[in-house]
Design a binder for this molecule. Sequence first.
Ligand code: RUB
Length: 321
Amino acid sequence: MNRSDVHPDVVATAEAIATMDIRGAATIADAAAGALATQARESDADSADELRSELQKAARVLYETRPTAVSLPNALRFVMADVSGDDVDTLRESTVASAESFQRDLDQAQERLGEVGANRLRDGDTVMTHCHSTDALSCVRAALDQGKHIEAIVKETRPRNQGHITAEQLREWDVPVTLIVDSAARRYLNDVDHVLVGADSIAADGSVINKIGTAGLAVDARDRGTPVMVAAQTIKLHPDTLTGHTVEIEMRDESEVISADEREAIQGDPAGFTVENPAFDVTPARYIDAIVTERGQFPAESVVVLMRELFGSETSRPWES
Ligand code: RUB
């Protein structure tokens, strides 16, 4: 594909998503919508057809960054679905308006799901978090706004330590935080009232795809009798799973796990060893107590109904010609 038709700011956004300077499913969706608006606003296309082709190329560059969070393709779908115009200016304005309206809806959905999730949290509860999820934190924020005292045990989330971002945000809100290494989670599950995580994608069978380590945490939580709550806007529902597709799990570079120097130091035999770095895992529906969305709270097994209602059986792929 010729990337020269794609605005440099869009390419920069795509690179920031790929390198995780922009990360987290909702934030990625917001950035992708903003990038499509930039492409429309800054384009010097002479015709609507030319601008349409540029938008498709921009969507492709964004789509190809990270494979697991469905909020990215869903953002491209939602923005492009509301775009129309026979002349270039009308098309430009409608793209910008559609992207801005999508971004507004995203913010409102997060606020609304926070209120729903907060109703599950009681005054004095402790939550255990994994990774950094703005949807999950929205539930804590709303509970605090309701005047509840909430404490948190925060898993650091190797290899990229997104738990540190969660700890920082919670401390800004004056929430007492205990930071633990991932392998200490089971030890502390008796001390918490909820496991609270976000989602990158939710499949039609109710399984939740989230940061690697979520599935093991959920199994341990069930063993300990601690409820697992997933906070996820409906943009995390993966419509392709309605027709049997599975969700691709992103494999990331080994340098996130071990540096070249460390590898050198322990590589005794010439064949060396393999490093695997899957970024996400799949938690089956049976380990999840509730999925909290802006449309209310659902048992994981029933999200398929919501998915059909919101997406139907056919989904568009605006990044393809
Ligand atoms: C982030 C992650 C988050 C979800 C939900 O992974 O797994 O739990 O994306 O986040 P990464 P949000 O750091 O690899 O992007 O609720 O903010 O959408």
